[in-house]
Design a binder for this molecule. Structure first.
Ligand SMILES: [Cu+2]
Length: 164
């Protein structure tokens, strides 16, 4: 009986260790961001509420277009406006950040793309794509998600992106 009591803390310690190893090897923090007319919405938050990410954490973010038209997400800061139309960002969050992009394409074929620069994602209605990445320390700061299909950004399709 005494031996059993000693084993319990040991199991708890092993579980804790397991969690820490999990963080270093293969664990991914999961988040879903919905896109629609005309908003970004982290699942479980209000529409347009900030997306909060941490550096050093492996993320899997699923983008899902629940709207009725194509949406295009860019991740950046320094809005460029040309002839009164929001066009793009001067800085792109995912420059020199290794990324995996996974999804199911036309015809139901799985795809996986590995890149070190993601400029934008386009999603058709009903479309879904995952991006898997870990942000470096230098990414800390205030960024933004914006949809640059004509008229969408102006209609409010943006959300703050805070990297801590
Ligand atoms: Cu849009």
């Amino acid at each position: 009986m005494k031996r059993f009591l000693l084993i319990l803390p040991l199991i708890a310690a092993l579980l804790l260790l397991g969690n820490q190893l999990g963080t270093a090897q293969g664990f991914e923090a999961e988040m879903t961001i919905l896109m629609g007319e005309f908003f970004f919405q982290v699942e479980g938050q209000d529409k347009g509420e900030a997306v909060v990410l941490e550096t050093g954490v492996p993320y899997r973010i699923t983008f899902r277009n629940i709207g009725n038209t194509v949406h295009r997400v860019k991740f950046g800061r320094g809005l460029v406006v040309e002839e009164g139309v929001p066009f793009e960002y001067t800085e792109n969050l995912f420059d020199n950040v290794p990324l995996r992009i996974e999804g199911i394409g036309d015809g139901g074929v799985d795809f996986r793309v590995i890149t070190d620069r993601l400029l934008e994602l386009d999603l058709d209605p009903g479309g879904e794509m995952d991006i898997v990445f870990t942000l470096p320390l230098g990414a800390q700061g205030e960024w933004e998600l914006g949809c640059f299909v004509i008229g969408h950004y102006e209609a409010g399709m943006l959300a703050p992106l805070m990297v801590q």
